[in-house]
Design a binder for this molecule. Structure first.
Ligand SMILES: Nc1ncnc2c1ncn2[C@@H]1O[C@H](COP(=O)(O)OP(=O)(O)O)[C@@H](O)[C@H]1O
Ligand SMILES: [Mg+2]
Length: 248
């Protein structure tokens, strides 16, 4: 199967800080892959580079074999790569529905009735009854759902989720995890997921890339990764990283 995304020797410095070091990764269509790593490992920076939010210093990012490395964020969205943010960023002053409609303005969206489609997306993520509310009134869990609906509105082929469970309680995490699984299965979406909530994360992904200090320290199945000595060491020498939550 040909690769959806190929990252080759991707490199990023912030001043003297070498944040991503010659990073390599391949993602195949339909995969759901996890990026694991302690705070400051370079995970969000990787997403920022892949989505054109910041420029890389060196290396290559190929989407279906074509370089997107020098493209701006909106051009990359137009090619089918959408993301959510670690800190939710709704368009304040717009309703929940309007937030999703903004996502529908891209070139990939061919639907003739954008309002109907936005409502469909809101019901898919469980927010249909809140469509007319100002987005700033949503709970944190609902904001996460809104972010996902807004990303889906751009008709992505690849969805990047940056810590979707951050700040949520355990029942909200379970529900959101079920939603992500459902989206992956029903929409043939390829998903790259950054997470710290290890228990849910490990149940969701089929493959994990573990990074620390901007480098891959291990990759493999979730079971291989939680038992990998370098991963355990990166999580401050805990016996079993599944039992710890770095945000706790
Ligand atoms: N825009 C920036 N300017 C300077 N340093 C940054 C910037 N963004 C991230 N960093 C630094 O890069 C490192 C990796 O950050 P980040 O990618 O956000 O880590 P993670 O998402 O894995 O927690 C951290 O040391 C962070 O402080
Ligand atoms: Mg981050």
């Amino acid at each position: 199967m040909s690769a959806l995304l190929q990252v080759h020797q991707l490199d990023k410095h912030f001043g003297g800080l070498h944040v991503l070091k010659h990073f390599n990764m391949t993602l195949h269509p339909g995969e759901i892959v996890g990026i694991l790593g302690p705070n400051g490992a370079g995970k969000t920076t990787l997403f920022n580079l892949l989505t054109g939010f910041i420029p890389a210093d060196a290396g290559e990012v190929l989407l279906h074999g074509k370089s997107i490395r020098h493209m701006k964020a909106n051009a990359i969205v137009g090619l089918g790569v959408a993301r959510t943010f670690q800190l939710c960023r709704p368009f304040v002053g717009l309703t929940v529905l309007e937030n999703v409609l903004v996502g529908s303005l891209g070139p990939r969206v061919k639907h003739h009735d954008l309002g109907e489609r936005a409502m469909h997306l809101l019901s898919q993520v469980g927010l249909a009854d809140k469509a007319q509310q100002p987005s700033e009134l949503l709970s944190y869990g609902d904001l996460r759902r809104l972010e996902i609906a807004r990303a889906l509105a751009t008709e992505p082929e690849l969805l990047l989720l940056d810590e979707p469970f951050a700040g949520l309680g355990s029942s909200e995490i379970e529900a959101l995890s079920a939603l992500i699984r459902q989206l992956h299965q029903q929409q043939a979406l390829t998903i790259l997921l950054i997470e710290h909530k290890l228990r849910e994360f490990m149940q969701l992904v089929s493959r994990v890339v573990a990074i620390d200090f901007g480098e891959i320290i291990a990759q493999g199945s979730p079971t291989d990764i939680v038992n990998h000595p370098r991963v355990i060491e990166a999580y401050i020498g805990k016996q079993n990283p599944l039992d710890m939550d770095p945000h706790a």
